[in-house]
Design a protein around this ligand. Structure first.
Ligand SMILES: [Fe+2]
Ligand SMILES: [Fe+2]
Length: 150
């Protein structure tokens, strides 16, 4: 059984792909925006330089990831999309924000594995591999912070 395939742009030869991946990429861009806002808020919740240093790694990476997903979306569709920056929620304590961040990072890894498997070119898959590795690193940093803050 084959799903309807779309053709990607930005290549000499159009490459077929499953259009269902587009919705997942939009979801990913939304999550990246959300996480960056969340980590920005977490940076303001502490004066501890060592804690801030760990959070800042993730904060900067999420900005990079958003742009990478935006690029892949444009390569597939020929369209450059933007997701509006969400408002920061109230995360209560820093420890609570760290705990929910561990879950968020691990869920991102699951979603991005699905996206990676649906992408039509080796370059796009390599981009996703880089992002997945970053999210795994973020999860590890948050687990470290969680243990440190206890
Ligand atoms: Fe990310
Ligand atoms: Fe992350």
């Amino acid at each position: 059984m084959y799903r309807e395939m779309h053709m990607g742009y930005g290549y000499n030869t159009p490459i077929p792909y499953d259009p269902a991946v587009l919705g997942l990429i939009q979801e990913a861009m939304k999550d990246e925006r959300h996480d960056r806002v969340k980590y920005g808020k977490m940076l303001e919740m502490t004066d501890d330089k060592k804690v801030q240093e760990q959070i800042r790694f993730a904060y900067e990476d999420e900005g990079k990831h958003y742009t990478m997903f935006q690029k892949i979306y444009a390569q597939l569709t020929g369209q450059r999309i933007e997701i509006p920056v969400p408002r920061a929620e109230d995360y209560g304590t820093l420890q609570n924000a760290i705990e929910t961040s561990i879950d968020g990072e691990l869920e991102a890894v699951e979603l991005y594995r699905r996206i990676k498997a649906m992408l039509p070119t080796r370059q796009m898959q390599d981009d996703l591999y880089e992002i997945i590795t970053d999210e795994q690193e973020h999860a590890t940093r948050f687990v470290y912070l969680y243990a440190m803050e206890k």
